[in-house]
Design a protein around this ligand. Structure first.
Ligand code: CA2
Length: 145
């Protein structure tokens, strides 16, 4: 089995640690990628990380994961609430994936309550801050076939 995870962060998550600390905390994207890699290493996996503000780039990275990744950890950002195409990419590659949200989307605006991934994600981690990425790795890895 390939012992690699793909970590995907979607639009605007490159801004982590620079604005809205009350909502998203003070950790940067680099911190998130490091803590996710550390959690994966503890269970014998490595991580390839990508962040993009472009939906097609994210979809291409998900397609490429078919070749050499066993599962995907994804925070799709705002695309969570809008993108059928991202859902289709994730179901199309047939890899188990974890949907992560740093903030508690259910305690925020109504438009954040719907996720196009909610019924196809193997794991959902919501509102646990950036530690949620590490939790997602720990919950997802045992589900890899
Ligand atoms: O809580 C999450 O992780 C979200 O996926 C973050 C998305 C938001 O659209 C979702 O509803 C919930 C937004 C990411 C933007 O990240 C920023 C970070 C710092 C400053 C500004 C934006």
């Amino acid at each position: 089995m390939t012992r690699r995870l793909l970590l995907v962060n979607g639009p605007n998550l490159n801004l982590l640690g620079t604005r809205e600390p009350d909502v998203y905390g003070t950790a940067t994207l680099a911190d998130v990628e490091r803590l996710t890699a550390d959690a994966a290493a503890e269970v014998g996996f490595e991580v390839r990380a990508i962040q993009s503000n472009h939906e097609g780039v994210l979809i291409d990275a998900i397609h490429a994961a078919r070749e050499d990744c066993a599962a995907i950890v994804i925070n799709p950002g705002g695309l969570t609430h809008t993108s059928v195409s991202l859902r289709d990419a994730l179901t199309g590659v047939d890899l188990p994936f974890a949907e992560v949200h740093i903030s508690d989307v259910y305690a925020r605006e109504e438009f954040r309550h719907h996720s196009y991934l909610h019924d196809v994600a193997a794991v959902r981690v919501i509102g646990r801050g950036v530690q949620g990425y590490a939790d997602a790795v720990r919950e997802l890895v045992p589900l890899i076939p």
